[in-house]
Design a protein around this ligand. Structure first.
Ligand code: DGT
Ligand code: MG
Length: 362
């Protein structure tokens, strides 16, 4: 599990949560190619394949050097035959013919466009594509009944496909903070997701909210939403209640990405004086509320990246016989929950070196 650069050797452990992955990627030519194939597999509902490509890309993201020869890859983990073939193609030809034909196919282009609509997943997009719908005009003219999320997604399609900047995320953070502190003084609000990992743009803005007195946070999302709605700041919102019960959901639940926090998927109407005629833009915002006792797990679970999270859960299950979620960590051998009040403690429970958010960009 080493890569050679002249006489230097780098150790690359096989789980992404065992290694540091900064935003400084020396191998974008390969990781972009592999990410396209992963995306295509996700659009085809081939999850196993998608994860294999994501893991391969993540290994290359973690390398401290630019790969220029296939021999440098000898001994690296997670590089299956297919991924190696793609890498070899890129080294020799500058591009991978498989990737090129995939991303220029009618199907990929249409599915990507359709899943770019907020509220539209791979299955829906595939159904529409099979009916001959390949663009937004065809969808609008198809007579399909769109749900509320999809209607909002279509209406704000352009805005929601423009990257959100750090400055915009911070401006929304100021509003969210004001709202939350107004309805529940003493609350804590943190920016999670990609921005916590140091990204300078994102596809949405993720906030996690808690209160130091356990129980005070119950019902907070709907109060915050009312506050925002009263001021005309939301273009769309959908709340879900907290449905997590430790006794029922903890150890028995299979490791899953979905959590059960009180949560609001929303589209913010962000004031932007510089946009002519309308003076605002639409931005996707997720508000998640966690009880303080689960906060460390929630912060870890909502910081990402998605692959890093997935690898943490896989490590917990396969190596430590533990079940990790955004709510808790359960030790299947000792048959008990392992408590934590910080991310550092959770890494310690898992027997992992602490990886700071900026190094979780797997
Ligand atoms: P972005 O927004 O595209 O710049 O990138 P991220 O990394 O912010 O990705 P995003 O916003 O989809 O999700 C943020 C993190 O939160 C991601 O690592 C996975 C996690 N996450 C997203 N949705 C859920 C969920 O329903 N449950 C749990 N537990 N985690 C989620
Ligand atoms: Mg995000």
């Amino acid at each position: 599990q080493k890569v050679k650069e002249e006489s230097v050797e780098f150790l690359i452990p096989s789980y992404a949560c065992q290694r540091r992955t900064s935003l400084d990627n020396h191998n974008t030519n390969f990781t972009d190619a592999l990410s396209h194939l992963a995306e295509n597999a996700e659009l085809n509902n081939e999850d196993g394949r998608a994860v294999a490509f994501r893991r391969a890309a993540a290994v290359l993201k973690a390398l401290p050097v630019k790969v220029t020869s296939i021999t440098q890859l000898r001994g690296l983990p997670c590089l299956g035959e297919h991924s190696q073939r793609v890498i070899k193609d890129v080294i020799e030809n500058g591009v991978s013919s498989e990737v090129e034909s995939t991303i220029h196919s009618e199907r990929f282009k249409a599915l990507k466009l359709l899943t770019g609509i907020f509220g539209v997943g791979a299955k829906t997009a595939d159904r529409w594509f099979k009916e001959g719908i390949q663009n937004l005009t065809q969808l609008a003219n198809s007579g399909h009944d769109l749900n509320r999320a999809q209607q909002a997604g279509l209406e704000h399609y352009y805005d929601l496909n423009q990257p959100v900047t750090k400055a915009e995320a911070e401006a929304i953070g100021d509003i969210v903070k004001k709202a939350v502190l107004d309805v529940l003084p003493g609350s804590e609000i943190i920016l999670t997701g990609g921005f916590r990992r140091g990204k300078i743009t994102g596809h949405d803005v993720d906030f996690l909210i808690t209160h130091p007195d356990e129980g005070k946070e119950v019902g907070l999302v709907s109060k915050v939403v009312s506050w925002l709605t009263a001021r005309g700041l939301l273009l769309y919102q959908k709340n879900t209640r907290n449905s997590y019960l430790e006794s029922e959901d903890g150890p028995a639940q299979p490791p899953s990405n979905m959590d059960r926090f009180e949560r609001c998927f929303s589209i913010f109407k962000l004031e932007k004086k510089e946009i002519p005629n309308r003076n605002w833009r639409a931005v996707r915002v997720d508000l998640v509320v966690s009880p303080i006792s689960q906060f460390a797990f929630a912060v870890l679970g909502w910081t990402g990246s998605k692959l890093f999270e997935r690898e943490l859960r896989r490590w917990a299950g396969q190596v430590k016989s533990m079940s990790l979620s955004s709510h808790a960590l359960y030790d299947n051998k000792q048959c008990k929950y392992l408590r934590a009040t910080s991310e550092e403690e959770i890494f310690t429970h898992l027997g992992l070196e602490f990886i700071p958010p900026s190094e979780r960009n797997a």
